[in-house]
Design a protein around this ligand. Structure first.
Ligand code: 2RA
Length: 330
């Protein structure tokens, strides 16, 4: 099994390599791919060194799977080239997510949609992934009418430059390179990605549109406010869910506890609830602060935290690849 990682030297690409190694993915050859300036660099994987190659070389090596995290324009240009050469592409950019001909997959939710014909598969946005993992079992049981989500997103979602800006500001260096329009340390920025004509940001529209596509139900009403905060470990989300039917909070907690990929941390008597410092470098979705919204019938509040670089990106992509291999879909 030949696996290419396109964007292997980037933040998510590096985590993809780490996850492939940790999960002992059954690969026989690794093809790290990056821009020309990185060609020739060496990546160490399972104690062996692999030279970074460019896109054309990688396509010529005909990998079975290519995990992409190299931005939308690179994916739009090169994912079809890999697919034409027989490679199955799993892309972490937003390029293909809303393309009606492409599957948008969170394995715990809709891996069953995948078929051997899918040669370009979209990995959803990080803040969407962690939310739908928790929504799906509750939708199956109680049917969701409406979701209101507010996010508190790590600077790692922006990339290395944002992490550097935050760390500089924490050291009092306020004139360093800026990833954001404003200081992020001791601040929050209620804008992630650019604004669209309806006053929502692209990040908020991703959560609204991707959720419906992954859940396979356009009747679900979603509204979102996405906010950048100065943390590293992962994204946090306050989620308010109105169901079609009545529910029992203890039963909700039990359903979530029994759902693969979810860890319920919900013991307020002992101040136990999910936090980014605990989710960092983990692959699960952590759910807590589960409680009834007394202001509306059949409505629930909960708090969802996950490492956006892992389950929110790299691990989800690798889990899709694992599903393809396990079900002989490549
Ligand atoms: C962010 N979800 O957090 C976006 C892209 N990773 O910036």
């Amino acid at each position: 099994m030949k696996i290419a990682v396109v964007g292997a030297t980037g933040l998510v690409g590096t985590v993809m390599l780490k996850v492939l190694e940790e999960r002992n993915f059954p690969l026989t050859e690794l093809i790290p791919v990056a821009s020309e300036k990185s060609v020739g660099k060496e990546i160490t994987f399972k104690g062996k060194k692999f030279a970074v190659v460019n896109m054309d070389t990688a396509i010529g090596m005909r990998p079975d799977i290519a995990l992409f995290s190299a931005g939308g324009s690179t994916s739009l240009e090169n994912a079809p080239r890999f697919a034409e050469a027989g490679t199955t592409v799993i892309d972490n950019s937003s390029a293909w997510r809303m393309d009606p001909s492409k599957k948008l997959v969170v394995p715990e939710v809709n891996a069953h949609e995948l078929s051997i014909d899918d040669k370009i598969i979209a990995n959803p946005n990080c803040s969407t992934i962690q939310m739908v993992v928790a929504l799906k079992p509750l939708h199956d049981k109680y049917r969701i009418k409406r979701v209101v989500v507010s996010t508190y997103q790590s600077v790692t979602g922006t990339g290395v430059k944002a992490v550097e800006q935050m760390m500089n500001e924490r050291k009092g260096i306020m004139d360093g390179p800026m990833a954001y329009a404003y200081p992020i340390d001791l601040n929050v920025i209620p804008q992630i990605d650019v604004f669209t004509e309806n006053g929502y940001t692209k990040e908020e529209m991703k959560m609204i549109l991707e959720t419906r596509k992954i859940m396979g139900d356009d009747s679900i009403k979603v509204t979102a406010t996405t906010v950048r905060i100065p943390v590293m470990g992962g994204h946090s989300e306050s989620v308010n869910i109105e169901f079609e039917s009545e529910f029992d909070v203890a039963e909700v907690r039990d359903i979530l506890s029994r759902t693969p990929g979810i860890i319920v941390v919900d013991d307020i008597a002992n101040l136990k609830y999910p936090m980014p410092i605990d989710a960092h470098e983990k692959d699960e979705v952590f759910v807590g602060r589960i409680r009834r919204d007394e202001s509306l019938p059949n409505t629930l509040n909960m708090w969802i935290v996950a490492d956006n670089l892992r389950k929110g990106a790299a691990t989800n992509a690798v889990q899709i690849a694992e599903y393809l291999v396990r079900n002989e879909l490549i």
